[in-house]
Design a protein around this ligand. Structure first.
Ligand code: PGA
Length: 239
C-alpha cells in the first residue's frame, strides 16, 4: 500500500510568526504522514518546533550540487542539516520562474536522494496542453526526462499538479484526476505515493482523496493556516 501523505507547500509565505500555525498542524499529524515545506528561512526553526511530533519538514527546491559558488541556492545536504526530510522538485513555479528543465529536475531529484531526502517530484500540464488532448503525453515526457533511474516508493513521491489548477481555485474534476492517477499507477507501480495538487481545500479534499489511486495532496494556499490544513489532513486520514 502506498503511504498516505498530506504535504503543505508554503511557497514564499511565512515569517517566524507562522510557527504557531505549524504547531496546530503538528498536533493533527498523527494518522497520516504530514509534511510542511516552508520557505528556507523557516526550515530550521520549524524543524526544531516539530521535534517530538510526527510533523515532517521539507524544502521547496535544491541545487544539484552539494556546495559551491551558486549564489542564492541551497543544497539538499543543507536542507538535511536544517532538519528537512523531504524536498519538492520540479514545481511548475520553479519551472516557470527559474526556467528549470526536466534535466534540471532530474539532477535535483538525484541530489535529494544523495542527501537522504525524499523527493516530491511535481509534474503537470498547462491548460493549452490539456485542451489539445496532450495531457498524458506531456506527463509521460516530463517523467521520462525528470524521474531518475532508481526511483522507489521510499525515495520518491509524485505530485500531479495541473498548472491551470494551481492557485486558481479551479480544481481538476475527479474524472480528470482519476484518469491521470490511474495512468501514473500503471507506469510507476503499486507502492509509490501519488499526490494530487491544485486548489485542494477542505471542501473538495474528501472527494479527491476517495479516488483509488490518489494517496494524498500537495496543498499550497490551504496549508498556510492550521484551520484550513487540519481538515484536509483529517479528510486524508478518513479516506
Ligand atoms: P494551491 O497550490 O493549493 O495553492 O493551488 C498547490 C501547489 O502549487 O503545490
Amino acid at each position: 500500500m502506498p503511504r498516505k501523505i498530506a504535504a503543505g507547500n508554503w511557497k514564499m509565505n511565512g515569517t517566524l510568526e507562522a510557527l504557531s500555525e505549524a504547531a496546530g498542524i503538528a498536533a493533527a499529524a498523527d494518522d497520516v504522514e504530514t509534511v510542511l515545506c516552508p520557505p528556507a528561512t523557516l526550515i530550521a526553526p520549524l524543524a526544531s518546533a516539530a521535534q517530538g511530533t510526527p510533523l515532517r519538514i521539507g524544502g521547496q527546491s535544491c541545487h544539484p550540487t552539494a556546495a559551491g559558488a551558486h549564489t542564492g541556492d541551497i543544497s539538499a545536504e543543507m536542507l538535511v542539516d536544517a532538519g528537512a526530510a523531504y524536498v519538492i522538485t520540479g514545481h511548475s513555479e520553479r519551472r516557470t520562474d527559474h526556467g528549470e528543465t526536466d534535466a534540471d529536475v532530474r539532477a535535483q531529484t538525484e541530489a535529494a536522494w544523495r542527501a537522504g531526502l525524499v523527493a516530491i517530484l511535481c509534474i503537470g500540464e498547462t491548460l493549452a496542453e490539456r485542451e489539445a488532448g496532450e495531457t498524458l503525453a506531456v506527463l509521460n515526457t516530463q517523467l521520462d526526462g525528470s524521474l531518475p533511474d532508481g526511483a522507489t516508493a521510499a525515495n520518491t513521491v509524485i505530485a500531479y499538479e495541473p498548472v491551470w489548477a494551481i492557485g486558481t481555485g479551479k480544481v481538476a474534476t475527479p474524472a480528470q484526476v482519476a484518469e491521470v492517477h490511474d495512468a501514473l499507477r500503471a507506469r510507476l507501480g503499486p507502492e509509490m505515493s501519488l499526490l494530487y495538487g491544485g486548489s485542494v481545500k477542505a471542501g473538495n479534499a474528501a472527494e479527491i482523496f476517495a479516488l483509488e489511486n490518489v494517496d494524498g495532496g500537495l496543498v499550497g494556499g490551504a496549508s498556510l493556516k492550521a484551520a484550513d490544513f487540519v481538515p484536509i489532513v483529517a479528510a486524508l486520514a478518513a479516506s
